[in-house]
Ligand binder design. Structure first.
Ligand SMILES: Nc1ncnc2c1ncn2[C@@H]1O[C@H](COP(=O)(O)OP(=O)(O)O)[C@@H](O)[C@H]1O
Ligand SMILES: [Mg+2]
Length: 322
């Protein structure tokens, strides 16, 4: 089967700075495919090249069978994108904003009313379509943007950090709509995110991207398997690493000051012994691998979410204490 997106060796440099450094992708029809990585990893740049908003420095890609370098116009006609430019007019209603967008982007106007009805229904905004946008919540705005990206019935939809800045509940709510597009419209969706839970719960497959390169690509479940065991985090005063290294079921030991991250076979069975051996323990926490652990496994560092939100790991560590 032909791929909906096939990218080979995509590179992009900005004044000699390598933003994207050799990306290969093959994305199937109907997939929700995630590009997961920290800020500055090259996610938006990759998406922008595929959506023909910028040109690659090197490499090529086919989107819906069209070449992004030589058939940009055809590519654009076959995709929709929701990027981070909230360009809706607050004084217009939701429906008027859709209409304006359709005019500006050359959407086939023959049955524009049916199309607007259709996309509004899909994102559950039918009831508020005649309200001015200034009365919309953040989540409603994102949903209208999704609807807008779908007006010309694209086969592929690009979403750049669609839930950035939304509260957790609204984010989950939005995932439901994104999934609905994929199942009801069979749209192939490429979504970027730096939220691990989003990649995990929303995406069929995830490419983890760091410094402009894909470091791992698989289903979330398989990625987590590749960590190779459960994750045990221990904060200890001068931990006894020599003793730990003798324990066969500890597959990997990473130290960061007094904080140890262990990859352990069947942590539940062995935790008692580990704690006995390690020395004076301040805190301990054990879990099945998350995509954060996957990222750590493949890059040696954690994805840091924006400082204001606090890191995923920090949240996890503290959530039990509240
Ligand atoms: N127009 C640009 N000019 C110069 N540097 C850029 C430009 N766009 C992105 N970059 C740089 O390229 C790198 C990747 O950026 P980006 O693709 O936006 O990352 P992400 O979306 O993963 O946060 C960053 O170091 C960023 O500063
Ligand atoms: Mg970005």
């Amino acid at each position: 089967m032909a791929y909906v997106i096939e990218a080979r060796g995509l590179h992009k440099s900005f004044n000699g700075v390598k933003a994207v450094n050799g990306i290969d992708l093959r994305i199937n029809e109907g997939e929700i495919f995630g590009l997961l990585g920290p800020n500055g990893a090259g996610k938006t740049t990759t998406l922008s090249m595929l959506a023909t908003l910028i040109k690659p420095t090197k490499g090529s890609a086919l989107v819906n069978g069209f070449d992004i370098r030589t058939q940009a116009h055809r590519v654009r006609g076959s995709i929709g994108f929701v990027f981070q430019d909230p360009s809706s007019d607050d004084l217009l209603t939701g429906r008027e904003n859709l209409y304006l967008h359709a005019l500006m982007y050359g959407v086939d106007m023959r049955d524009i009313n049916r199309k607007m009805d259709d996309v509004l229904k899909l994102v559950d905004l039918t009831g508020v379509q005649h309200r001015r946008m200034k009365t919309y919540s953040g989540g409603m705005r994102r949903r209208l943007e999704l609807a807008r990206g779908l007006l010309h019935e694209p086969k592929v939809l690009f979403l750049d950090e669609p839930t950035l800045g939304l509260d957790p509940q609204t984010r989950e709510h939005l995932w439901k709509y994104i999934k609905r597009l994929s199942t009801e419209k069979r749209v192939t969706i490429i979504v970027t995110t730096h939220y691990m839970d989003e990649a995990d719960l929303l995406c069929d497959r995830v490419a983890i991207i760091d410094h402009g390169k894909i470091v791992a690509l698989d289903t979330p479940a398989n990625l987590k398997k590749r960590v190779g065991g459960d994750v045990v985090r221990i904060s200890a005063r001068s931990p006894n690493l020599r003793a730990l290294r003798k324990l066969r079921y500890i597959k990997k030991i990473k130290t960061d000051g007094g904080l140890l991250t262990l990859t352990v076979d069947e942590a539940e069975r062995h935790l008692q012994e580990i704690l006995k051996v390690v020395g004076e323990v301040r805190s301990v926490e054990s879990h099945f691998p998350t995509l954060n652990d996957v990222f750590l496994h493949f890059t040696g560092s954690e994805i840091r979410e924006t400082e204001a939100e606090g890191g995923y790991f920090e949240r996890m560590m503290h959530s039990g204490n509240r």
